[in-house]
Every structure is written in structure tokens, then in C-alpha cells.
Design a protein around this ligand. Structure first.
Ligand code: FES
Ligand code: FES
Length: 154
């Protein structure tokens, strides 16, 4: 089986891997690096559960070949915790009741962080647009949107 050498930075740590060229970034994160916070939902780019930051842009990692992450920076939901403290978005989603089963939550958190990095004070419409690619079957979205807007007001 052909193997490809890649080197990528995930949550600040450099990882050097030999991989099959067909493997996705989501597979590498979950299977090789055991970062299970990146959830696998549809596997086809429709649900957003696998969203990570790739060079600061939110992307569905199930649609990104790991080879395309070579030499790049990846941030997963695990990388948002600093000194044991969850990110402000994570805290706000909890306090606003914006998570139920939690399956969508890591992807929604990553999309929200990407928005707040670009736009620290988003309005409700901007918050809704930022998570438009993240499907949630449980919450109805309003509490998540409220949480994102609240972080911008802190
Ligand atoms: S698992 Fe990647 S978008 Fe659904
Ligand atoms: S909290 Fe269940 S899918 Fe969003």
C-alpha cells in the first residue's frame, strides 16, 4: 500500500505520520491522534460535526484529505481548552442550554470560535450564518445563537 509522509501541527503539537493517501483529516484526527472530540456524523460534508480549524478557517474535516493538511495548522475542540479552562464559547453554550445530546457541539463550537476570531461582536444574523453548516437535531439553534452573541458582549 502506498504511504505518504505528512507533517502537520494539531493543537500546537507537530505530528509526523505515514498515511495512505486516501485517508481524510477526520480519520487521522480520530484514529491516529485519538482526538475524538472531532465527531463523525455524515462523513460527506453535510452535518458539520467534524468541523476543525485549518489555518484558522473552519472546514469539514471529513472532506479534507489528510495530505492536504500537510504543513498546516489544525485546531480541534480539544485545542480550545487553555490551562484546563474551557473556551468562552464552550462555557456560554453550556450556561445558555445550547447543548443536549452534544453530538453537534464540538463542530458548532469550532464554527463559533472561527466567527469570533474574525468578528468579536457578532449579531444574531452573523451568528446564525456562522453555524449554518452545523446541523443540530436537538436545540432549535436559538440557545446556541444566544450563547455566541453573549460571548461577543462579554
Ligand atoms: S462528518 Fe463531516 S460534515 Fe458530517
Ligand atoms: S445537541 Fe444534539 S444534535 Fe445538537
Amino acid at each position: 500500500m502506498q504511504q505518504l509522509y505528512i507533517s502537520l501541527t494539531v493543537n500546537g503539537d507537530v505530528h509526523e505520520l505515514n498515511i495512505e493517501p486516501r485517508r481524510t483529516l477526520m480519520e487521522i484526527l480520530r484514529e491516529d491522534l485519538e482526538l475524538h472530540g472531532t465527531h463523525e456524523g455524515c462523513g460527506s460534508g453535510d452535518c458539520g460535526a467534524c468541523t476543525v480549524l485549518l489555518d484558522n478557517e473552519p472546514v469539514p474535516s471529513c472532506l479534507v484529505l489528510a495530505a492536504d493538511a500537510d504543513g498546516r495548522q489544525v485546531v480541534t475542540v480539544e485545542g480550545l481548552v487553555q490551562n484546563g479552562e474551557p473556551h468562552a464559547v464552550q462555557k456560554a453554550i453550556v450556561t445558555h442550554g445550547g447543548t443536549q445530546c452534544g453530538y453537534c457541539t464540538p463542530g458548532i463550537v469550532i464554527s463559533s470560535v472561527a466567527l469570533l476570531n474574525e468578528n468579536p461582536h457578532p449579531n444574531e444574523l452573523e451568528a446564525r450564518e456562522a453555524i449554518a453548516g452545523n446541523l443540530c437535531r436537538c436545540t432549535g439553534y436559538q440557545k446556541i445563537v444566544d450563547a455566541i452573541v453573549a460571548v461577543g458582549r462579554e
